[in-house]
Design a protein around this ligand. Sequence first.
Ligand code: PSU
Ligand code: MN
Length: 322
Amino acid sequence: MAPSPMNPQARQGAPEPPPPFLEVAEEVQVAVREGRPVVALESTVLAHGLPWPDGLEVARRAEEVIRMAGAVPATVAVVGGRLRVGLEAATLEQVARGRFVKATVADLGPLIAAGGDGATTVSATLYAAARAGIRLFATGGIGGVHRGDPSDVSSDLTTLAREPVAVVSAGAKAILDLRRTLEYLETLAVPVIGYRTSELPAFYTNQSGLPLEHRVETPAEAAALLAAHFSLGTGRGVLIANPIPEADALEPDDFERALAAALRAAAESRLHGKQLTPFLLAAVARETGRQSVRANQALLLNNARVAAEIAAALCRLPPEGQ
Ligand code: PSU
Ligand code: MN
């Protein structure tokens, strides 16, 4: 059901009849019901985007940062065939150990049928967040159009066009073709909003050279923009592009050198599809002497904080029509 402009639930997310395999943690359910801020987090980045135990450390810290900003964190994963929204500490650790398979929205049906375990990507997390009535979602960088192979397009993009959730991300992962990724989002009519920037951030760095038309300066401004967007009832999400803090950014030249080596290694191993992104991220981490891992953690925590601040501002807006 698309949220209608008159629907008072439009800001918090209109609850649809939940699919039977969706299991939303009590704390998250209560917060959504009472109109309190909630931020969803994905789990692929914990399991496959960062090495153990960095993934676990950042998972815990992201949840803390969200709580400190007054919101409830809701990390998403498939556990024993149940799509879980909000994980307890022991499950978070299991996920970060990297044994859960990478699960996109297309993998949910097979995983649920098999009773399997999956770490959800941005696309699968968007699906779950929307069903749980969550409007804000923080990640590191969304997937997009790959360099060298413009036919490899992440389902993160097409799912953003289907689920009315705002994703706070440091642009898209810089291992991608950012220009084509931005074009693709334009085709899908997903608005891309710069958070205190007029340039698409490039994940580990802030220089993409790609201008953004829309920009907000504060959580309140972002919340007002989201309320207007969601009230349109287009059913589409929003990408809020939040730059990495300058002190944590990589030198663009260092990153490009590391990426060139990573892309060569990927081509030699003939990698493609789901394996490509984790392979490239791991190779860049090796090439930069883990500087990229530290940058990835810093930007993720920064996105978690901004998402929580926007979620809180969204809940503070006066009721619609007044
Ligand atoms: N951002 C990171 N690390 C990651 C990812 C994003 O910093 O591991 C993950 C996200 O889960 C995203 C996925 O949804 O990579 C995209 O993978 P693909 O390109 O295969 O669609
Ligand atoms: Mn891909």
